[in-house]
Write a protein that binds this ligand. Structure first.
Ligand code: MEV
Length: 330
């Protein structure tokens, strides 16, 4: 039995535009998905999800989601979660050259599903690490990130960048531009506050919505390119530890994402509540459509304001997590 964990993340800048080769800066946060893999004697895969901020469910299946039982959770979210675990196990089987290996897998996650905090990437990264180690193979971080990226590509119908999976594997703040992925060193303490509306967005649909807008309107393509320019400025502000400028650029980034149609009333309400409190800046994080916003605030003002914002289900502080994937128990 091996247990591994991997962190969730917020995007300081650059989601969506990163899909078209622009740079992005995601940051790992101290909220983890934990996966335990135990090899079985047969080739079956049994997945138990203790807490995925769903109500907790147990599913037995042999590789496809068609026969999932009737459980009291949102079916698309359930199928997505199962799809990610299934493909991660396929990657582990392939990496260890054990195509028939069966597993009992338990997933526990403190990262809300589909809410922009990289839950799927964290589950996939931790699952690949735990399952390969259980088969006696320890992959290096680059290979875990590469295989986790392939899982997201497969499950999200080809609509994925390397950002979420690389960040969850490496931890810390990272920079991703196409295939060029690296960790950023000497990053200042970033006082993240997260607001969560209790909902989720459909990443695949949101990414294809932006793709259609971008091909239909030149100004939408320009908006995507403007996000890239903004990220490059953001990198300079990060290196200069200029939190005020980072906040201004986060506000701008949210506006550009809203123009691309990926915000939501609840996300806008939380962003405005954060700004009107004491945040240096605030933006949606991840694919959008619902889920989470991230604000920068080292005082308690934003968290308190979000607690009183209609539509905000939970507000919490999340520190940068410098650890990526790690073994918890072997
Ligand atoms: C989703 O967390 C981030 C997106 O940029 C998609 C991706 O990068 O794969 C919207």
């Amino acid at each position: 039995m091996v247990t591994s964990s991997a962190p969730g993340k917020v995007y300081l800048f650059g989601e969506h535009a990163v899909v078209y080769g622009e740079p992005a800066v995601p940051c790992a946060i101290e909220r983890r998905a934990t996966v335990t893999a135990t090899e079985r004697e047969d080739a079956a895969l049994r997945v138990r999800a203790g807490d995925l901020t769903l109500d907790g469910f147990t599913v037995e299946y042999n590789g496809d989601t068609s026969g999932t039982p009737d459980v009291d959770v949102d079916q698309p979210l359930l199928e997505a979660a199962m799809g990610y675990v299934n493909e991660a196990i396929e990657q582990a089987r392939d990496a260890a050259d054990r195509p028939e290996a069966g597993f009992d897998v338990t997933v526990d996650s403190a990262i809300p599903l589909g809410a922009g905090l990289g839950s799927s990437a964290a589950v996939v990264v931790a699952a690949i690490d735990a399952a390969t180690r259980e088969l006696g193979v320890a992959l290096d971080a680059e290979e875990i990130a590469e295989r986790a990226y392939r899982v997201e590509l497969e499950v999200q119908n080809g609509e994925a960048s390397r950002a979420d999976t690389f960040c969850s594997t490496m931890g810390g703040a990272v920079r991703v531009e196409g295939e060029d992925c690296r960790r950023l060193e000497d990053v200042p303490n970033l006082p993240f506050v997260i607001g969560y509306d209790g909902g989720s967005g459909d990443t695949g649909a949101l990414v294809s919505g932006v793709r259609s807008l971008r091909s239909e309107y030149d100004f939408a393509a320009d908006t995507v390119a403007a996000i890239g320019d903004l990220v490059r400025r953001g990198e300079r502000a990060l290196a200069a530890e200029d939190l005020d400028e980072l906040g201004r650029l986060m506000d701008f980034n949210h506006g550009l994402l809203a123009a691309l149609g990926v915000s939501a009333r609840s996300l806008d309400a939380m962003v405005w509540a954060a700004r009107e409190a004491s945040a240096k800046g605030a933006k949606l994080t991840g694919a959008g459509g619902g889920g989470c916003i991230v604000a920068l605030d080292d005082s308690t003002g934003t968290e308190t304001a979000l607690d009183y914002t209609p539509g905000c289900e939970r507000a919490f502080r999340a520190d940068l997590d410098t650890d990526g994937v790690r073994v918890e128990r072997a």
